[in-house]
Design a protein around this ligand. Structure first.
Ligand SMILES: C[S@@+](CC[C@H](N)C(=O)[O-])C[C@H]1O[C@@H](n2cnc3c(N)ncnc32)[C@H](O)[C@@H]1O
Length: 265
């Protein structure tokens, strides 16, 4: 069903309540709060399955009402809920719409990316959604010759990345939407996003990148496109880097001044 995930979640919760209250009114549930809460959770999970929500939503629906009931029992001050909501909103920002949550690249991945730029080439790198700068900082240490740029939309990770990157003169960070900036001048675009935006990432990369420029996607391949290379990072999560030349490799005479460096020729 082609409904936004947040709308599916709302529908699943409402369906859960409709079923639970219906069962209570029909006398099919004991008149205790725990029975109502349990029935609501089970019905909400079933509705999420029927709506074909992503698997992790089942866990969220299973826990949502029981945890809300538990929190009510604890009698917490309402300000705590507001503070928790504000904090999560600042960290995850538009994840509910973009379907790209915050998770971080590890140093082993940064080391693998550093090797994609041939020694002696000062490449210009863009991290799409740079988060806390977890990729860019180790990369900056390994490749002080490269110019590393990051664009991040969520305020909290962005502020943290500014703070943590202040001693790296070759890192430039901006807050904003990476769809709104041209990718034309970059030699390497790094994406650690989710499967959802990858078709659009591919379209924009094909339209804007120059021959020889490299698109590297951590963990999420572009469906239907054969990568030019897959790098297996020796880390615990078995990270794979899918490498593409969206505009093709660098032409033989392409190393003129102003052209990209021709990564992974
Ligand atoms: C999985 S995290 C990766 C963080 C970082 N690149 C790393 O590798 O450690 C993806 C980040 O992309 C950000 N993001 C998603 N869509 C975005 C957009 N259109 N413009 C800017 N940032 C975006 C999210 O807020 C999130 O912080």
């Amino acid at each position: 069903m082609r409904l936004p995930p947040a709308l599916k979640a709302l529908l699943a919760q409402l369906a859960g309540w409709a079923v639970a209250i219906g069962l209570l009114r029909a006398g099919l549930l004991p008149g205790q709060a725990w029975a109502l809460v349990l029935a609501q959770a089970i019905a909400a999970v079933s509705a999420a399955v029927a709506l074909r929500s992503a698997p992790w939503w089942r866990w969220i629906h299973a826990g949502f009402t029981p945890l809300a009931a538990l929190a009510l029992q604890l009698g917490l001050h309402p300000a705590w809920y507001l503070a928790a909501f504000a904090l999560l909103a600042l960290v995850y920002w538009s994840s509910f719409r973009t379907q790209v949550p915050l998770f971080l690249s590890n140093p082993a991945t940064a080391a693998a990316v550093a090797q994609l730029v041939p020694p002696g080439h000062s490449a210009r790198v863009l991290d799409l959604g740079s988060g806390t700068g977890a990729l860019l900082r180790p990369l900056a240490r390994l490749r002080p010759d490269c110019r590393l740029e990051g664009m991040e939309s969520a305020p909290a990770p962005y502020l943290l990345s500014r703070l943590l990157s202040r001693r790296h003169p070759n890192i430039a960070l901006a807050r904003g939407d990476f769809w709104q900036i041209p990718w034309t001048d970059y030699d390497l675009i790094y994406a650690f996003l989710s499967p959802v935006p990858m078709p659009e990432v591919w379209r924009k990369a094909c339209a804007e990148l120059r021959p020889g420029a490299l698109l590297v996607s951590n963990s999420f391949p572009v469906e239907g496109i054969e990568p030019d290379d897959i790098i297996h990072v020796a880390d615990r999560r078995g990270t794979r880097l899918y490498c593409y030349h969206p505009a093709g490799p660098l032409p033989p005479d392409g190393r003129a001044v102003g052209s990209p460096v021709g990564l992974l020729p």
